[in-house]
Design a protein. Structure first.
Lengths: 333, 270
């Protein structure tokens, strides 16, 4: 089934920008999306995954291993030849068990040959792609801990049920949640690179535009995707160019100083805020095809990079955003 | 002589006919309140029961342990979601549904091909079927006040939704304005309303264009009972669902609200 095209998503610019930045530089560390239900959060994440060019992965490998993975995990990733496959997108169900997430004993193999083998879970499936978790605030704490740990280390280590397995699991974590329905611990929030807010569009014209597009897509998904293919292609090119440009961009001393001052002024805890702010500004500059990272990029991305790290009222987003914009106005005029 | 007042069952039957016409578009219904009317309605629909304690193997499919052991090789079984594809699943006591099961069902609804009927027997205000599911289903019908218990007939669906032209710009605008006036912010509800307007119910043959009446039908049947419009922090809405007889929707269905249960809207939290 054709996915809803990324370029056909109306509004929600901050979310789309954050997702594209994560695609340009996955090391930023995931995107947390706060907001109302039915605002196209999962549609946007899915659309992004299907827009990206296919990856080369070992044929039949449950981990979708790359050449480097094969070299690093010789026993796990095998030596199969490389074939094209789409960028993985894993939609993690609410209430997924630990078994399903990290993997478990392969019952089929145990039954067939009495062999103790590992059946990869969702983390393996998400390797080199996206792991989307709707309503992450309703997920059990120990699972969130585990996910963030794997996302940070890029590796899933299983030591249970008599299994001892280590496999690559690098993915962009996208969480979504409604802060009114339960909070995320600040330690966990801090691990997300960017956080964005999405609101249901209130403007009648925007709402009508969305209704029309959805109806059009429903009536003829293939034709609809075809009509937007050109615009999706343009976005894909921007991402690819941004990726190529990223290593060549180094934020100057002035931008680093701005970042440090801003973090101090808003009271963002820890060094992670500064690092993310700097990386995100760089990725944004790369995405825009800029020659260097400037204060403009920093200011543009600061709310997304910092709003979930402010010391008090972490989940009072309007408050955090206002505090950041005020600090920007005071510091940079 | 005054005509007999409308019964909530009439509205539910209408919603059910729309649902049967295009299950993959409307995704399903929430039927609130245990009553003979609800039983009659459920009996008229082709459904597959989903027990509350269903496990992952049966829901999503997996290895059939007994068959595998006896055959000496792995035997796969399909899950309920797969088996019910194209039809609909029904879950009783949906207010007690496990969040994990609800999450998997919500995914299946998003992927398409699955439709769901939730029977909501909530007695306490804080009890409710999982919001992750109710917001994805088009219709909410409260049958607890229905005085009827028979006469549910669902004629086989005639025509297709796709045969009726989508709403024109000014009709979409009217629906969006109605939603705004009612304080319905969720876009899914708006999209459901637009689709519901396309099939003129109680229509012997599908028409080429939705009529004025179809449009008003659509708005009362898919907009949730909202609190007073524009309340800043509104209680959770019945997003994407409807109450055929909601007190706060007098603008749309004054005739129907005459028999409304004066209680609070379903699942509003204090």
């Amino acid at each position: 089934m054709a996915r809803f095209p990324f370029s056909a998503i109306v509004g929600q610019d901050e979310m789309k920008q954050a997702l594209l930045i994560a695609a340009v530089d996955p090391s930023i560390g995931g995107v947390m999306v706060f907001g109302d239900r039915g605002t196209g959060k999962s549609t946007a994440a899915r659309a992004l995954a299907s827009l990206l060019p296919p990856i080369m992965a070992a044929e039949g490998c449950p981990y979708g291993a790359s050449r480097e993975d094969q070299a690093r995990y010789p026993g796990v990733c095998g030596t199969g030849k490389m074939v094209k496959r789409p960028v993985p997108f894993v939609d993690m169900p609410l209430g997924a068990t630990e078994d399903r997430v990290i993997g478990s004993l392969d019952l089929e193999r145990a039954l067939r040959s009495g062999e103790k083998a590992f059946e990869p879970g969702l983390l393996a499936k998400a390797h080199r792609g996206f792991l989307y978790i709707d309503e992450i605030n309703l997920l059990e704490d120990h699972l969130v801990d585990l996910l963030l740990d794997v996302a940070a280390s890029g590796e899933n280590v299983v030591e249970r049920e008599g299994l001892s397995v280590r496999h690559p699991a690098r993915f962009v974590l996208i969480g979504s949640g409604n802060p009114e329905e339960g909070e995320l611990r600040p330690q966990l929030l801090d691990r997300f690179g960017l956080s964005v807010e999405v609101r249901t569009p209130k403007d009648i014209d925007t709402r009508i535009a969305i209704m029309k597009l959805v109806a059009e897509n429903e009536a003829d998904p293939e034709g609809f995707a075809g009509r937007w293919a050109g615009e999706d292609e343009a976005i894909l090119k921007r991402v690819a160019k941004g990726k190529a440009k990223l290593p060549k961009l180094t934020p100057g001393e002035d931008v680093l100083r701005d970042a440090a001052e801003l973090c101090l002024a808003v009271g963002a805890d820890g060094l992670r805020g500064e690092l993310t702010l700097m990386r995100a500004a760089r990725a944004l500059a790369a995405l825009e095809g800029a020659k260097k990272v400037t204060r403009k990029h920093l200011i543009e991305i600061a709310p997304s990079a910092l709003r979930h790290r402010l010391r008090r009222d972490v989940l009072d987003e309007t408050g955090s955003t206002t505090r950041i914009t005020r600090a920007i106005a005071e510091l940079f005029g | 002589m005054t005509p007999a007042p409308a019964d909530p069952l009439d509205d539910a039957v209408l919603a059910a006919r729309l649902f049967v016409l295009a299950p993959s578009t409307f995704k399903g219904m929430v039927l609130r309140g245990s009553s003979p009317a609800r039983e009659a309605l459920v009996a008229a629909l082709p459904l597959r029961r989903l027990p509350g304690d269903v496990d992952d193997e049966r829901l999503l499919g997996g290895i059939d342990l007994a068959a595998s052991l006896s055959a000496g090789r792995p035997v796969r079984q399909t899950g309920l979601i797969e088996e019910a594809r194209g039809g609909a699943l029904i879950a009783g006591m949906a207010e007690r549904m496990d969040a994990g099961v609800a999450g998997r069902l919500a995914q299946a609804l998003d992927e398409g091909g699955t439709a769901l009927l939730l029977l909501d027997d909530a007695a306490e205000p804080e009890e409710a079927p999982p919001a992750s599911l109710t917001e994805r289903l088009a219709f909410l019908c409260d049958l607890s006040a229905s005085r009827r218990w028979q006469g549910v007939e669902l004629a086989p669906a005639a025509g297709r939704l796709a045969d009726v032209a989508p709403l024109a710009e000014n009709d979409l605008r009217a629906l969006a304005a109605t939603a705004e006036a009612l304080g319905v912010e969720n876009l899914r509800a708006l999209i459901f309303a637009g689709e519901a307007a396309r099939k003129p119910p109680r229509m012997p043959r599908p028409r080429q264009k939705p009529s004025r009446r179809d449009k008003s039908t659509a708005s009362w049947s898919t907009y949730p009972p909202a609190p007073a419009p524009r309340v800043p922090r509104s209680p959770p809405l019945w997003v994407g669902a409807s109450s055929p007889c909601p007190a706060p929707m007098r603008e749309c269905s004054s005739r129907r609200s005459t028999r409304c249960n004066p209680q609070r809207g379903p699942h509003e939290r204090a």
